[in-house]
Design a binder for this molecule. Structure first.
Ligand code: GSH
Length: 214
């Protein structure tokens, strides 16, 4: 049994839960973080000194933090060779695109765009900052658009953790009120993700509890 600490509106928790769902693993999840609190207690900080979610514990094993590390742990322990190949030469594109998505897409979207649009009161929003952030994000998404023109999934023909690190922000990207260029390949890919049960259950989740209003 897996235990997850983290609220379901956290994008990183969503990535982890989507992975758990894809792998068909049993879990229990505790709402922690943001309005639920609980991530500044001595008990939580003993599990994760950063005070961030998610944290995963597999059975009575050591608690694990950093979503990328958790995904790799689950992939290695419970995934198929197609999901996360054991051959380093076959695995490296998966890790490469997963790292790329985490560092470029997530960091260019969540704070700079999503927070400025949803987690900022309308009267305090800064349209020029949002526009500049979208321009930067678009430069990164153009790389994904080209890659998805060549492959069904981000790292090739198979669904892998790279798709989780990239795809988990797409629900919010396509749902919030922003200007989006046409991305035919990303849109085709996103539509395919929305057909996956685990994506629908764990990623297509209301973010209204995060919204800041005037
Ligand atoms: N690099 C960490 C970042 C974790 C992180 O920043 N989590 C956010 C939620 S997405 C958090 O804990 N925020 C504080 C809170 O929810 O109270 C990871 O990938 O797991």
């Amino acid at each position: 049994m897996l235990t997850v600490w983290g609220r379901k509106t956290s994008s990183n928790v969503q990535a982890l839960m989507w992975c758990i769902g894809e792998l068909g693993l049993e879990y229990e999840r505790h709402d922690v973080g943001h309005r639920y609190g609980g991530n500044d207690t001595p008990e939580f900080l003993a599990m994760n000194p950063n005070g961030t979610v998610p944290v995963l514990q597999d059975g009575i094993g050591e608690p694990i933090w950093e979503t990328g590390a958790i995904l790799r742990y689950l992939a290695a322990r419970y995934g198929t060779p197609e999901f996360w190949p054991s051959d380093p030469a076959l695995r490296v594109p998966v890790d490469q695109w997963a790292e790329w998505a985490k560092i470029n897409v997530t960091l260019s979207f969540t704070g700079p765009v999503f927070w400025r649009v949803v987690r900022t009161a309308p009267s305090k929003r800064d349209p020029s900052a949002i526009e500049a952030a979208l321009a930067k994000l678009n430069g990164v998404l153009a790389i994904a658009e080209a890659q998805l023109g060549r492959h069904a999934f981000l790292a090739g023909a198979a669904f892998t953790p790279a798709d989780i690190q990239f795809g988990h922000v797409l629900y919010r990207y396509f749902d919030i009120e922003i200007v989006r260029p046409a991305w035919p390949n990303i849109e085709r890919y996103y539509q395919a993700l929305t057909q996956r049960g685990a994506f629908r259950e764990h990623v297509m989740v209301s973010y209204e509890e995060l919204r800041v209003v005037d």
